[in-house]
Design a protein around this ligand. Structure first.
Ligand SMILES: NC(=O)c1ccc[n+]([C@@H]2O[C@H](COP(=O)([O-])OP(=O)(O)OC[C@H]3O[C@@H](n4cnc5c(N)ncnc54)[C@H](O)[C@@H]3O)[C@@H](O)[C@H]2O)c1
Ligand SMILES: N[C@H](CO)Cc1c[nH]c[nH+]1
Length: 426
């Protein structure tokens, strides 16, 4: 970031490069899945998850057992989160109702339709935390988009089972098939297919570095939502913000992994200094202290901005996954910003709400990719396709243009195809 800026706490710039070791290891895993299919999944599950599984697909009995394990209250909480994610996804679908067809010159009709892909595969991480909320965030938008077949993968636990909360959330969100497969092998299974798993058209969802790299390597074979990495938050705050609230919101994302990125950009030195103190006093109280402390020590930053305008410039440069705005007039800041995955306005809108329950998707761009991607949403599961229909009159109008451009390109077949037009309508 800019050299003349003052940092109350700085951190070395993080390398976002995937190491050759990870790239090669993922390449090997994917090649093995492509060649040996189910056998490869069995071997890799044994190797990386420490469990021998003959079958990966979760059975109806396992789903029922998970349902029985959850209390009514727990089920209601998950159901409510699914409902909220669905309502928002539905509103997004209505907002992109963009099919059209019209004349572009006499006898030349062109149009577009937006259709769901046939099959989607979502990844719900399960390594470090029990990511319940990622089930609705990835499965529900696919369902709302109208995808016919939605499958999902999550790592098995050491006893070969899947987490009951996740199973319930996946099933309630509308997954047609649930598989106990984790990491790069899960991405390979969904992208290439195996004897027991049919391949899909789009693979979505977050995960660790192996999942990230596997998605990158299967892109082209399938489409992707985006490449989400470890979570990030940048808080823009002024003197009106409460340092304790700011500290807790930074720590809520720092607890993910030590490579997460928590940043405060403030116009108020005192707020920055008090936030540093609050972080130190809250860290020992966190169950997740070890990870959060490593993350904060290695990657935490507090940047002083001269005024709101500079705060906006800094925040936009980061193009962060989540931006929280706790200033006198949060909307004024938001309106000047264009690079963020999700924005959270005011002291009552923490990322923690967005992560679990509010409604907009939590699978969001990291590593500066908010410059060009807004995260997973119904459109990640859809494609916009075009069509054209010409009468003889329309063809007569375009024939000479098409033929001559083809000739200039040296494409004789195209030239002849153009020159044979128009063909009489009757
Ligand atoms: N940006 C987002 O939208 C978002 C949302 C939720 C979670 N996340 C991120 O997802 C990540 C979840 O990571 P996780 O590790 O807890 O769960 P995970 O499910 O992504 O990874 C666990 C799997 O990794 C594989 N694995 C482990 N070690 C391996 C090795 N040495 N070689 C090959 N494969 C190996 C195993 O198969 C295991 O099943 C976190 O970084 C979290 O921040 C991001
Ligand atoms: N903050 C993560 C990436 O947006 C998602 C999440 C869910 N629960 C906790 N975190």
């Amino acid at each position: 970031m800019g050299t003349s800026r003052e940092y109350l706490k700085d951190a070395p710039e993080q390398s976002t490069e995937i190491t050759k070791e990870v790239r090669d290891s993922v390449y090997d895993i994917l090649s093995q899945v492509r060649e040996e299919q189910d056998d490869a999944i069995r071997e890799l599950t044994q190797k990386f998850d420490g469990v021998e599984l003959d079958e990966f697909r979760v059975t109806d009995d396992e789903i029922q057992a998970a349902r029985n394990q959850l209390s009514e209250e727990e089920k209601e909480r998950i159901d409510y989160s699914i409902e909220r994610v669905r309502d928002f996804a539905q509103a997004q679908k209505e907002s992109i109702d963009n099919d059209f067809e019209r004349e572009f010159g006499e006898g030349i009709v062109c149009g577009q339709r937006t259709l769901p892909v046939e099959a989607a595969g979502t990844y719900v991480p399960g390594g470090h935390f029990t990511h319940i909320a990622t089930a609705p965030m990835s499965i529900v938008p696919a369902r709302v988009a109208g995808v016919d077949r939605v499958i999902t993968c999550t790592p098995p636990r050491e006893d070969g089972s899947a987490n009951a909360y996740q199973l319930y959330a996946m099933d309630q969100s509308g997954a047609d098939e649930i598989y106990k497969i984790g990491g790069a092998q899960a991405i390979g299974a969904m992208a290439y297919g195996t004897e027991s798993i049919d391949s899909v058209d789009v693979v979505t969802g977050p995960g660790n570095v192996f999942v990230f790299e596997a998605k990158r390597q299967v892109f082209g074979e399938v489409d992707l939502d985006l490449l989400p990495g470890p979570t990030e938050v940048l808080i823009v705050a002024d003197e009106t913000a409460d340092p304790e609230v700011v500290a807790l919101d930074l720590l809520s994302q720092a607890e993910h992994t030590e490579t997460s990125q928590p940043v405060l950009v403030t116009t108020d030195r005192e707020l920055g200094e008090q936030t540093l103190d609050e972080i130190e006093s809250w860290l020992p109280q966190l169950d997740t202290e070890e990870t959060a402390r490593k993350c904060w020590n290695q990657n935490g930053q507090i940047v002083l901005a001269e005024d709101d305008a500079e705060a906006v410039t800094i925040a936009d440069e980061y193009a962060i996954e989540h931006v929280q705005i706790m200033t006198e007039a949060p909307r004024d800041i938001l309106e000047q910003m264009s690079n963020y995955g999700g924005a959270f306005l005011g002291e009552n809108a923490p990322v923690a709400f967005g992560d679990k329950i509010t409604g907009p998707d939590h699978i969001l761009p990291t590593h500066g990719t908010a410059r060009f991607n807004g995260g997973c949403w119904i459109s990640s599961y859809m494609k916009t396709i075009t069509h054209q229909e010409l009468t003889a009159e329309g063809a007569a109008h375009l024939s000479e243009y098409a033929a001559r451009i083809s000739e200039m390109e040296g494409m004789h077949g195209h030239q002849l195809s153009a020159e044979i037009r128009p063909i009489s309508d009757d």
